[in-house]
Design a binder for this molecule. Structure first.
Ligand SMILES: Nc1ncnc2c1ncn2[C@@H]1O[C@H](COP(=O)(O)OP(=O)(O)OP(=O)(O)O)[C@@H](O)[C@H]1O
Length: 103
């Protein structure tokens, strides 16, 4: 994970905490999810439902890209492209712009 600088924590869920980060060489913004559980083998990491589902959905334009999965010192990190703004806000804005439903 040396190639990323972590800036600030942006979320804390049941399974992991999420930090905004930046790729040191390219300057690309990322969201790094650090899982709370320890993982002792790579095999158990790639079998995780989160990994399996995200791999299947990667071709979809509306799904955040999973850039890489890193296991380091028995810790597991998911590195996602960074989404600026909040999804609920985007959905609310789209709904406002939709024409009213026909009776
Ligand atoms: N790719 C991203 N870009 C920007 N912010 C993100 C990204 N991924 C997660 N976040 C932020 O981190 C928060 C927590 O994300 P996380 O994936 O841990 O959700 P969760 O469903 O609450 O977690 P868990 O599955 O561990 O319960 C999100 O609500 C969001 O604010």
């Amino acid at each position: 994970m040396d190639k990323y600088d972590l800036l600030q924590q942006i979320g804390d869920g049941t399974f992991g905490s999420v930090a905004k980060g930046v790729h040191k060489k390219t300057g690309q913004l990322v969201a790094v999810k650090r899982m709370k559980q320890k993982y002792y083998t790579w095999d158990e990491c790639i079998k995780l439902p989160e990994v399996q589902v995200l791999r299947k959905l990667q071709a979809h334009p509306n799904v955040i890209k999973l850039r890489e999965v890193v296991r380091e010192n028995n810790e597991l990190f998911f590195v996602f492209e960074f989404m600026d703004g909040d999804l609920l806000g985007v959905i609310r804005k789209c709904k406002q712009n939709m024409p009213p439903a026909q009776a």
